[in-house]
Design a protein around this ligand. Structure first.
Ligand code: SF4
Length: 728
């Protein structure tokens, strides 16, 4: 009999970053429990986290894992095994030939917020330091780049200033464009705890749908899609008129107030009602609660905002973020317990990707690609002559460039763009036109894998070592509880081995010492740590050994060991003069408006018990009990008008594509709205849809229109029509 061992690690699903205890025996994960000592969850787990062990069953994994390197001689042909050495040599030669023929910018790397920080770090260095291209971006572009741009524009740095403990200390929770009851369940448990502990707590939820989160709200602002800035401007106008702003905070800690104050005069209650559909009384109540001037209390009470994709996944995502942060600045609702704008990250390590700068417009440790001094610092750190100055292609631009024939080689790691990117027709054109597509993943089930010329098997949760950072800047260890399958490698190792083969083939890098001398994640993390010295996210006070004992928040500069729970508690924001900036933004509208031909607003989102493209959560039978197939939810009156009964099949058609789905009445929807979850692509895992048809997934309908500042696409909304399907 083998002894059972327990390994402390982190949940691989959402950005809450819950600690888990993994029990294993004989190389098999037998149970997963919440880690009672982890400050994100204190022992709790949601339905997904608590069933992780079921996803790791060897008999289940054997059906879905990519277990050896494979290559295709031609697209559409059989994928045949090859040895790791051959695979690495082939990829190194292929990249070298592409660079030689077309230049480094003909290569694109598309990575993932599921990667660990160390994986992310080496991918970024591979692109910008070794190859000499900034063409690296991540699927985190789809979930948080507007939050990044919003923080930088107002507070001066991409640093969420609040923490989870603030939920319990807030007098008002302003939850906007987020449904934590389903998407961040353990945070929602903390919100419920706060409500129980403090019956006077005010909860405001802004969401076009009446979600489970909205059910808990004292005030649900069911605003029209795309009208967020109108709402925030209207609230600010009320605060101004009622003298609920904080003039001293504005005068001493901010800049740009006058321009914004003049602009928001146009956001009258009538205008807000017209654009948002919010009644004047509700607007005034929201403004008062947000400002913290609640009845019978003379001191200002703290307000914490929690927000996510409803703000970010918009063609005005950055404006949505800055307009919300303006409210915090106007009332001094930041830098104190229970207050501040706290953006929630969707993925487990979107934050880690931001920290290492693995995006097309960023550099390591929150440095800006556009800043020559920052480029020189990173080049010196890496020991390379320079880092290229031209911005790389962000997610949509990268696939557009591949579709146009500019990017010849795509290396895609730990993500499934043939499911998750909007405008799937464009993505498929890109994958078909690219001359060479590499897919590096643990799972072979994603639609993207069908386009791959080379498939590289990666290890996954339960088998990997490294770190992740959650939404409150907390770095946690991820640990291996069982060995990976023989031929599945850690992502950092795959990149390192390709780099070692490629470097001698690149004339301006061949003479340098090895740029990738790593023997494990600790060595990579140490280099990352050094890159943060003197930066806003400085972690030079932390050691790998300290991370072994407990998760820590950044910043944690040399001489400290605990990290800061809250930012900007002193007099200084992260701007050159220490003052936060009010951002001035004009209210916009959705990028893909409804009209007579496409009269319904499609809203997309997550389901409680599933994760992304179902590759992991779809392996657990119990998780299908909540929702077993993709459905289009509609208001009852719209179904009646279109002659649809529950379960009828209907075509949903946007300006870009069409999908077939059964319809169902959605109680939380208003007339004119349709909701569909984003989890299903054109391959339905774990039980076929009742249609018996292959579904193209909701992203056949969504638009590639994106925020000009953050380049985050408007995945949340598309104009569609719905027609009953007349099937034989
Ligand atoms: Fe995992 Fe998120 Fe659930 Fe926590 S809330 S157990 S991190 S999926």
């Amino acid at each position: 009999m083998t002894a059972s061992t327990t390994t402390r690690s982190t949940c691989p699903y959402c950005g809450v970053g819950c600690g888990v205890l993994i029990d294993s025996e004989g190389g098999r994960i037998t149970r997963v429990r919440g880690d009672p000592e982890h400050p994100a969850n204190f022992g709790r787990l949601c339905s997904k986290g608590s069933t992780l062990h079921l996803t790791a069953r060897p008999e289940v994994q054997a059906q879905v894992r990519l277990l050896q390197p494979l290559q295709r001689a031609q697209r559409g042909g059989a994928a045949l095994p090859l040895a790791w050495d051959q695979a690495l040599d082939t990829l190194g030669q292929r990249i070298a030939a592409t660079v030689q023929q077309h230049g480094a910018d003909a290569v694109g790397l598309y990575v993932s917020g599921q990667l660990l920080t160390e994986d992310y770090y080496v991918f970024n260095k591979f692109a910008k330091g070794l190859l000499g291209t900034n063409n690296i971006d991540t699927n985190s572009r789809l979930c948080m780049s507007s939050a990044v741009a919003g923080y930088k524009a107002t507070l001066g740095a991409d640093a969420p200033p609040a923490c989870y403990d603030d939920i319990a200390q807030a007098a008002t929770l302003f939850i906007s464009g987020a449904n934590p009851a389903w998407a961040h369940p353990i945070l929602f448990r903390r919100i419920e705890d706060a409500r129980r502990a403090n019956p006077a707590l005010k909860i405001i939820v802004c969401d076009p749908r009446r979600t489970d989160t909205a059910e808990l709200a004292d005030l649900h602002l069911a605003l029209q899609p795309g009208s967020d800035v109108w709402l925030y401007h209207g609230m600010l106008r009320c605060m101004l008129e009622q003298s609920w702003i904080d003039p001293q905070f504005i005068a001493t800690r901010t800049q740009g107030w006058m321009g914004l104050a003049a602009l928001v005069t146009q956001a009258t209650p009538e205008a807000v009602q017209q654009h948002c559909g919010i009644a004047p009384g509700d607007l005034l109540r929201a403004a008062r609660w947000f400002a913290g001037v609640q009845d019978g209390n003379s001191t200002r009470q703290p307000t914490l905002s929690l927000y996510c994709q409803g703000l970010n996944q918009s063609a005005h995502g950055t404006d949505n973020n800055t307009a919300l942060i303006n409210l915090h600045l106007a009332c001094g609702q930041i830098g104190k317990p229970g207050a501040g704008p706290l953006s929630l990250t969707g993925q487990p390590n979107a934050m880690g990707g931001r920290e290492v700068g693995a995006l097309a417009n960023q550099l390591s440790a929150h440095r800006n690609l556009a800043d020559a001094r920052h480029r020189a610092e990173v080049a010196a750190l890496w020991g390379v002559p320079s880092v290229p100055a031209a911005p790389g292609k962000a997610a949509i631009e990268m696939f557009q460039a591949a579709a146009d024939g500019q990017i010849k080689l795509l290396w895609i790691a730990c993500t499934n763009p043939a499911h998750s990117l909007p405008d799937q027709a464009l993505v498929r054109r890109a994958l078909q036109r690219a001359e060479y597509v590499v897919v590096q993943d643990a799972y072979a089930t994603g639609a993207t894998a069908r386009f791959a010329d080379l498939l590289l098997p990666a290890s996954t949760w339960g088998e990997k070592e490294g770190t992740v950072t959650n939404s409150e800047r907390r770095i946690s260890r991820v640990r291996a509880a069982v060995p990976a399958p023989d031929l599945a490698w850690a992502d950092w190792r795959i990149v390192t081995e390709v780099a070692r083969r490629l470097q001698p083939q690149l004339p301006d890098r061949a003479h340098l010492p090895s740029l990738f001398p790593y023997d494990g994640p600790e060595a990579i993390w140490n280099e990352h740590r050094e890159s943060t010295r003197g930066r806003d996210l400085d972690i030079t006070g932390l050691s790998w050994a300290q991370l072994e004992t407990a998760p820590r928040q950044w910043p944690c500069p040399e001489g400290q060991s605990q990290g800061l729970a809250r930012l900007y508690t002193n007099q200084h924001f992260a701007t050159p003069d220490g003052r936060a900036r009010f951002a001035v933004q004009l209210p916009g509208t959705v990028a893909d408006p409804i009209d007579a031909r496409h009269p319904l607003a499609l809203l997309t989102g997550r389901l409680r018990d599933q994760w992304h493209g179902l590759s992991r959560s779809g392996l657990v039978e119990n998780l299908w009990a909540h929702a077993s197939e993709p459905v289009a939810q509609m208001a009852r009156e719209d179904m009646d008008r279109l002659g649809l009964a529950p379960g009828d099949l209907a075509y949903l058609t946007s300006r870009r594509g069409s999908v077939l789905a059964p319809v169902q009445a959605g109680e939380g929807l208003r007339s004119g709205q349709v909701f569909m979850a984003m989890h299903w692509g054109d391959e339905v895992l774990g039980g076929a849809s009742s249609t018996g048809k292959r579904l193209a997934g909701v992203n056949a309908l969504t638009t590639a229109a994106r925020c000009p500042q953050s380049l985050q696409p408007e995945l949340k909304h598309a104009a569609i029509k719905v027609l009953k399907a007349e099937l034989p």
